[in-house]
Structure formats: C-alpha cells, structure tokens
Design a binder for this molecule. Structure first.
Ligand code: F6R
Length: 615
C-alpha cells in the first residue's frame, strides 16, 4: 500500500521521481505528492487523485530543478484522500519532509503528547505525527537526523517504510523499514529509494533491500550506512544484483498491464517450470523442496495460508495435494487464521502463498506458525520479498513483475508451482503410480501450449462480454478442481468491473443461490471433462429449467453442454488435476473485456492496491 520513491545525486530529481511514481502507482492511487530540494528552498506539491493529476499541478506550481527529491503515491489508511492528507508531510518547523508507507498504530497518543508540547497538525495522518515526533526528538535530545529517526521509531508501534530529509542536510536522505518494503538503488554518485526496484531499474542494477527494523543513512559521497533500529548495531548490507529489466515493467503494446499479463501466461508458466520439470527424464525437482521433503511426508497435515487470488490458488492446491499425496490439507484465510488461536503443532507444515510476498496478514500468519514450531514454506513471486525471507524455505513462481492490480499470471504460476510440489512429494511418498506421475509431467509441460490455444478465443469472449456487460449480477459455478476457479472468476469480475458476482460449488446452488436464477442472471459454469461432468450437466439443466442464461467453459469438441448453454468458451483438454490452469483463462478475459467496455480503470480498480501491507 502506497508507493514511495526518492532520489539524491547529480541529476534533476523531478523526472526520476515522477517516472518512479508512475511505475509504483499500482501500489495506491488515491493521491500523490512530491518534494524537491535544491539546497536553498523546498518545493512541495501534492494532490488528491492520480500521479497524472500531480504532474499537471507540479508543472503549474513549482520549480523542478532540485537534485534531491521524494515522492509518494497513496492508498489511504488514516484520513480520507484529499490534498492535505497526501504525502509528503512537513514537520512544524518546515525543516523535515517525510513520505511514509504503512500505519503508525499508536499515533493518537503520540499526537496528544506533541499537541501538549505545542505542535500543530494540518492533516489527519499518522505520518505527520511521525515527522513531528522526529523533530521533537531532534530538539530535545540535540541529535543528528539519523539518530532522531532511530529514537522516534523505537517509540512507535506499527508498520512503515519511510524516507525523509532535513532542510539543513541537502546531501542526505534517511530511510527505515518495518513491515513495508524498501529498496535502495546504488548508482555512481547517486542513490535511489523506492518501494520496489522498478523506479530505478534503468539507472542501476545494484540494490540493497532493507530488512525489517533496519534504517539507512544515505549520504552523497559516502557508502550507505545501514543499522538496526533497535540496539544500534551497524549492518553490512548485502548489495543484490537485480534481474529485472525495463521491458518487463512496460506494457509492450498492450492497452493494459492486465491484458499483457494474461497473454504472458504461456511464457511465464514455462519460466515457472523451466529447469524444474524434465518430463522426458521423469524428473520434477524444486530447489527449496529437496532438502525438506521429509517434513512434508511426515506432516500431520498441510495448512495453506494466503489471501485473495493466492487463497484461490491454495484451494486448488488442496485438491491436488490431497488427491496425489494423501496428506490432509486445510486452506485458511491468513487474516482469520492469525487471530483465531489456531491449533498448530511442530508436525504441521504451512505453505504461505503470496504474489507480492508482502501481504501483512499472510506475514502475520507465518510468524504465528513459526512461533508454534511449524515448518513454513513460501510460494512467492517477488524475489527478496519479506515473505520469501521469513519462510524456512520456498519456491519462487518466476512470473515476472505483475503490475495490473488484478492477479492473473500470479494465479496460474502459483498453481504450477503447487502442482509440481504435489507431484514431487507424491512420488517420494509413493502415493502416485509411475504411469500417473509420467502422465502428469507430460501434461504439465503441455499447459503453456494449451493456454496459448485458450487465448485464441479472445475475440469470441469479447463478443460474449458485449452481450453481458450491463448485467447487474453474475453467478460462477464449478465443481471439484474447478470450484476454486469459479471463485477466482467471480473475484476477477467484481474487482475490475464492479459488477456483483459470486462463486459457488455447483451442487451447492440448490441450497440457496438457485433462488436468484431468472432470465436476468448470467451463470458462468465451468463444465469441462472431469469426474463430475455429468453432475455439472445436471446443474446446467437445473439452471435452464429456471430460465437462467448459461455461459459455459467447455472442453474443445464438447457436444452435450454446447446444446444446453447459451454461450460457450472452449479450452483444450487436460487431466482434471491441471484443468484450473486453462479454465481460468477465459474467465480472466471475460472480466477484462467487460471492465474495458464499462470504461473501468482496469489496471487500477477503485479502492484496491496491489500489495496489501496493512491489515
Ligand atoms: C486479486 C488480488 C488480491 C491478491 C491478494 C493477495 O486479483 O490481486 O486478491 O491476490 O491481495 O496478494 P498477494 O498474493 O500479494 O499476497
């Protein structure tokens, strides 16, 4: 939530910060702001709205030639999105300027204390409280900025990634992190600060990712000094060489990142299994799993924790793991799990799934599981993310940056990793026959080609979208492996088109939702070849009998459902275990086209942000 970016060096900071904010806008987009410093005066502009609104305001209002700057794109937590609550925030003296991603939970008591000491506040934000607390520490303790930040942060409870500078120190930016990501790009005589590396990737490949409870003093002409916020210990920072390139974070000719990411799926699924799945040789191996496979085999049960789309991938994994490995699986919303005093033992294995690797609830669930002695395995996309570091071991999905707020390729690559895990464990445990094992490896290798094929229906799906774009409600039904796909299809539609949609296990329909069915209710049914095919056909008959309109996802060559459904979306034949990897594709496209036709902001749907680093 919220994107932060900073620069100090020899170039004009403005274009770097503005470009950086555009790249980070997926993290929050209800307001934006920038502060630039040329060593004499601070120029600050901020506004409710998008980064493009900020750009217009900056160009009309402020000088832009400072070589130090910080910028922010916000997803509001404290205080409604308006100009005043936007970041950056000044301290009362006007000397300190701060940007912040996160929440200071005890801000109200600190604010009261500062008000008693004469501080005045313009905004409703916790951030303005923090910058004034730092100023007060500077004054009372008579210490330098870095020390004041450290003392102040020891008094706050919450989560933060902050960057700030002091008018009296034109060559310095101070940053700190707890719970929200923060990367420092290291160039020649210049430094960059950002929530992820995308704002500075064209300038440097070298970055330090701060760990939780670390802060850094970034001073021109010096090495970055990293220290622990608690205990003051200096840290030797690890400078990571980034693998990211500019092309990966641009739209590459597509109208939206979401569409680009949908169409990238054949190649990123290949990237996910590259070097890990060698079907000809009958090998599937995952670096992070090999040394810990015994933990899975001897586990009492597997608990999967995740949120949103990642939770849906977890639900698919429940079917695959139980089917292939015969290990009991429970799938938990991380936000519920962390607060309900769950029973966890050392014999449990927890799998945490997260695209961003930063989701606060998932992170808290991991910490809880670790406290109870469980072994925790991560399935993350973002390399070096907090969750990937907090887990005992794990596998990256290698999907590349996912910028569209609605997850697409993250889901299919997560399911690919989880499928490979289940196959590897089942093989080791002896719960899968050699024949079935080989069949799955070969079929998994074919998935990119099948996804490619499914994507060819794009034009047809666009026509279906045209018919249903004005529907007020949608129902999504699936059974078995495709029940989670129904949930995921409904979530995709809701979040980007704002049409109400619900996913249900098809057989549950008659226990309530069937009452909703009439000629106004489009029902998307996943009815591919599977063990439940006949039963799904019966469900379709039940809907038809009540004048429901049926859009069915069917296996190529299907004849039965074709006759019953009003519209069909075909996907290639796969084993049922792998079918979610292809059945989800037409549902992603359907949501995308409906949202575009309704004029929605597909990549930045209202009220949402890409990584949810607050609870
Ligand atoms: C939906 C979506 C969200 C995320 C959820 C978890 O399209 O993007 O539901 O799946 O916020 O995020 P990660 O996977 O980053 O933990």
């Amino acid at each position: 939530m919220c994107g932060i970016v900073g620069y100090i060096g020899k170039r004009e900071a403005y274009p770097i910060i503005m470009n950086g904010l555009k790249r980070l806008e997926y993290r929050g987009y209800d307001s934006a702001g920038i502060a630039l410093y040329d060593g004499t005066g601070i120029q600050l502009a901020k506004t409710k709205g998008k980064v493009s609104d900020l750009e217009a305001r900056v160009e009309a209002e402020i000088k832009t030639d400072g070589k130090l700057g910080i910028g922010h794109t916000r997803w509001a937590t404290h205080g409604v999105p308006n100009d005043i609550n936007s970041h950056p925030h000044y301290s009362n003296s006007g000397n300190l300027v701060i940007i912040h991603n996160g929440i200071i939970e005890n801000y109200a008591s600190i604010k009261k204390e500062l008000e008693n000491r004469g501080y005045k506040f313009k905004s409703d934000t916790d951030t303005e409280v923090l910058v004034n607390l730092i100023e007060e520490v500077q004054k009372v303790e008579n210490v330098k900025l870095g020390k004041a930040v450290q003392i102040a942060l020891n008094q706050v409870v919450g989560a933060y990634a902050i960057a700030l500078f002091d008018r009296n120190k034109p060559d310095e930016i101070v940053v700190a992190k707890l719970g929200s990501p923060l990367a420092i790009g290291i160039g020649e005589d210049e430094f960059f600060v950002a929530s992820d590396a995308s704002p500075f990737i064209e300038f440097t490949n070298n970055a330090i990712y701060l760990e939780d409870e670390e802060m850094a003093i970034i001073r021109l002409g010096r090495e970055v000094k990293v220290r622990k916020i608690k205990g003051d210990m200096l840290v030797d920072p690890y400078i990571q060489e980034l693998q990211l390139n500019l092309e990966q974070i641009e739209k590459g000719g597509y109208d939206h990142f979401m569409l680009k990411e949908i169409f990238e799926q054949p190649s990123v699924i290949k990237d996910t299994y590259r070097g890990r799945l060698l079907a000809d040789q009958g090998i599937v191996k995952l670096g992070g799993l090999e040394d810990h496979i015994g933990k899975f085999i001897n586990a009492n049960r597997i608990i999967i924790v995740a949120c949103g789309t990642s939770w849906h991938a977890g639900l698919v994994a429940e079917y695959i793991f139980e089917d292939l490995t015969r290990i009991p699986v429970e799938v938990e919303y991380a936000s519920e799990f962390r607060y309900r005093n769950p029973i966890i033992s050392e014999k449990d294995v927890v799998i945490a799934i997260s695209q961003s690797g930063e989701t606060a609830d998932t992170l808290a669930a991991i910490k809880l599981a670790k406290q109870h002695g469980a072994f925790v395995y991560g399935v993350c996309n973002v390399v070096g993310s907090t969750i990937s570091r907090e887990t005992h071991s794990g596998t990256y999905t290698h999907a590349g940056p996912e910028i569209g707020v609605a997850s697409t390729k993250a889901f299919t690559t997560q399911v690919t990793v989880l499928t490979m895990m289940a196959l590897r464990i089942a093989k080791e445990k002896g719960t899968i026959s050699q024949r079935d094992f080989m069949l799955h490896l070969r079929e998994l290798e074919q998935i990119p080609a099948h996804v490619e094929e499914a994507l060819k229906s794009d034009d047809k799906i666009m026509e279906i979208a045209e018919v249903f774009k004005n529907a007020k409600n949608f129902l999504y039904l699936g059974r078995g492996y495709n029940f989670p796909v129904a949930l995921e299809g409904a979530l995709k539609l809701k979040e980007i088109s704002y049409i109400h949609a619900e996913g249900y296990p098809a057989a549950e329909m008659k226990h309530g939702p069937i009452a909703l069915i009439d000629e106004q209710m489009p029902v998307v049914v996943i009815a591919v070849n599977s063990n439940h095919y006949e039963k799904v056909v019966s469900n379709i008959e039940e809907i038809r009998a009540r004048q429901g309109v049926i859009i069915a996802v069917v296996t190529e060559g299907d004849t039965t459902v074709k006759q019953l459904a009003d519209y069909i979306m075909e996907v290639p034949k796969t084993p049922e275990t792998l079918s979610p990897l292809v059945t989800t594709i037409p549902l992603q496209l359907l949501s995308y086209h409906i949202a575009v036709m309704l004029g929605r902001n597909v990549d930045q749907p209202r009220n949402l942000a890409k990584s949810v680093t607050v609870e």
